[in-house]
Design a protein around this ligand. Structure first.
Ligand SMILES: C[S@@+](CC[C@H](N)C(=O)[O-])C[C@H]1O[C@@H](n2cnc3c(N)ncnc32)[C@H](O)[C@@H]1O
Length: 352
């Protein structure tokens, strides 16, 4: 059955649905969900992520992880966890670099939190013969210091939206009108439990992802108990205000309610809220940096120089343009933000 019909059936039976229910059905429907049934990543898919654009991204994150481990984690194993690994490309480049610079003396123990069976198969292919285990729940993380990487993970989790008017917050829901899907505001006032909702203007929209908060809070608890670090790289929304939900199909923006299940749905990560949760738990939160500054400080230009030495001019041009995409302020350089959360204040490369 088409997802659109399943959604309409549900609305007919139980009334307007939350955006998070709508997103969950579009992204994860067993038969036709976006992540369940589509080739989502890469030039042929609907969107492309930094590690898929340039190998330098995974390589530099690998070096960053190694450096954190060597400075602050005095344990036998370098444990790296990735949240939502896509095709596993970031990890592949990171592991290769770590093994190379340590003369194979350090082989990271990898954990992947992944929900898509389809992507797990691709990750298994890409990370063949590596020390990798998969988990389906963040509570399954082993109790060791973990270097946890989340690139474009939190933006993929379902959100709810709330709109402020004179009387209070109202939830934006999905319903049907004349047989078509449309948005509506619920008629009940919604009372928030979180202080992030205290700072607002009339007309503001706030986005809140129960799933992101739950996974993030569990990671914070893991950091408190075991040490380690979480690195988040994502579309940024430092103020935490605004309607940022978007649908992308074949690298083009679409309407969120058009052809449910055929577009990627994502929203900007509310960095302000993540920061507030971590600070309340007495963790250290680095300043939020733009991806551009983070990668420049980690040495992306130097890596580019060595990659373009002794290659043809057409290869050098391609490699140059890939790196430009990651750091140019008009491309991913400014829109993408980076923060790290760790147990105590430390000098973190690229994030000072
Ligand atoms: C936008 S892709 C990013 C992939 C990868 N990090 C990259 O940079 O190429 C989001 C990834 O998160 C995974 N994902 C989404 N929701 C998830 C969840 N609730 N639990 C685990 N993985 C999830 C998707 O299957 C996908 O691998």
């Amino acid at each position: 059955m088409k997802i659109e019909n399943k959604i309409k059936d549900l609305i007919r039976k139980s009334g307007p649905i939350s955006l998070s229910t709508y997103m969950e059905m579009c992204l994860w429907d067993d038969e036709n969900g976006y992540y369940t049934s589509n080739e989502v990543l890469g030039e042929k898919g609907d969107f492309i992520t930094s590690p898929e654009i340039s190998q330098t991204f995974g390589e530099l994150i690998g070096l960053w992880a190694l450096s954190f481990y060597q400075q602050f984690i005095n344990k036998k194993h370098l444990c790296i966890t990735e949240l939502g690994s896509g095709r596993g490309t970031l990890l592949k480049d990171a592991i290769k670099t770590i093994c190379k610079v340590t003369n194979n003396k350090i082989e990271p123990a990898i954990t992947i939190l992944e929900k898509s069976e389809r992507l797990i198969s691709l990750q298994k292919e890409n990370l063949k013969n590596k020390n990798v285990k998969w988990i389906s729940d963040i509570k399954g993380l082993s109790l060791e210091p973990q270097i946890i990487i989340a690139n474009e993970f939190f933006d993929a989790l379902p959100i709810n939206q709330y709109v402020r008017n004179n009387e209070g917050w109202y939830e934006k829901k999905v319903t049907t009108k004349n047989g078509k899907l449309c948005f509506m505001l619920d008629n009940k006032i919604w009372v928030p439990s979180d202080s992030v909702f205290l700072d607002f203007k009339i007309g503001d929209t706030l986005e809140y992802s129960e799933e992101a908060i739950s996974i993030f809070s569990n990671i914070c608890n893991h950091l408190i108990q075991c040490d380690g670090i979480l690195l988040v790289v994502d579309y940024g929304n430092i103020s935490g205000i605004g309607d940022t939900l978007q649908a992308v199909n074949k690298h083009k923006f679409k309407s969120v309610l058009e052809k449910p299940g055929q577009s990627d749905l994502s929203s900007h990560v509310n960095f302000k809220l993540l920061k507030e949760i971590a600070v309340k738990k007495n963790l250290y939160v680095s300043p939020v940096r733009e991806q551009r500054n983070f990668l420049l400080e980690l040495g992306i230009k130097e890596r580019l120089k060595s990659l373009t030495k002794n290659v043809s001019s057409s290869v050098a041009e391609t490699v140059n343009s890939e790196v430009k995409r990651l750091i140019d302020p008009d491309e991913m350089g400014s829109l993408f933000k980076v923060i790290a959360i760790t147990k105590t204040k430390r000098h973190l490369e690229g994030l000072n």
